[in-house]
Design a protein. Structure first.
Length: 211
């Protein structure tokens, strides 16, 4: 989403995680997506690094939002740390806990994850987005994880006392930018003609509107 927002011209290679292409593993042996290789050969293999790099190139709507960049990075750190820890255990209790009742285990982690949701709900009390009335880096870095959290049990999530988070999430899910970014391609193959990101979508896609 950050690459599309910034209008970065780059080649897109869809990866099937069950069949990772050798050129990807050569430049990034840790084998996670996304991976971005820059024109000078430098490799970025963390999504936050890719977002920050893209926004440093072009950031017309000020997603980096100085001087609040560091506050946003702190919230993203909580998301990627504590919240992600509980999200993984809520989604896949059996991978983490073999002996105890996995329903109880999942629920404990769901409840622990809600501490972060409560913080987001508080931040959304006075504003449409996390750091004001327009979208910014923190919204885009965090909402995909809240999407996963909600999707694990949509009925339960829709009944939680977090109406602002629910509305904020829905706003992002409905956005053209998200739909463009989620558009799936067939996995890349070495003989393919390079597919440029801007060939499959219009650039500078509209982001959700503030109030
Ligand atoms: N912290 C990394 C996490 C990346 C990550 O774990 N991506 C998953 C897909 S969402 C992956 O590539 N998993 C490797 C696999 O399933 O083999 C980032 O944000 O870039």
């Amino acid at each position: 989403m950050a690459l599309i927002y910034a209008g970065i011209r780059c080649e897109l290679r869809e990866v099937a995680l069950a069949d990772k292409p050798a050129p990807m593993l050569e430049i990034s042996p840790k084998g996670t997506v996304p991976v971005l290789q820059l024109a000078d050969g430098k490799v970025l293999e963390e999504s936050l690094d890719i977002m920050l790099w893209a926004l440093k190139q072009v950031d017309q709507q000020h997603w980096l939002m100085p001087p609040q960049t560091n506050d946003m990075l702190h919230l993203i750190e909580r998301n990627d740390g504590d919240f992600k820890h509980h999200l993984d255990r809520y989604k896949y209790p059996n991978r983490h806990e073999k002996t105890r009742n996995s329903n109880v285990y999942a629920r404990q982690h769901r409840d622990a994850a809600c501490e972060f949701i409560v913080q987001l709900e508080t931040q959304l009390t006075a504003t449409t987005f996390l750091f004001g009335n327009k979208p910014a880096l923190a919204d885009v870095a965090i909402f995909p994880f809240i999407r996963q959290f909600a999707a694990n049990n949509p009925k339960w999530f829709s009944q939680t006392p977090y109406p602002r988070v629910q509305r904020w999430l829905q706003n992002w899910l409905d956005s053209d930018l998200f739909k463009l970014a989620m558009h799936k391609q067939v996995p890349w193959q070495a003989e393919d003609t390079p597919l440029m990101l801007d060939q499959r979508q219009s650039f500078a896609a509209p982001v959700p509107a503030g109030e």
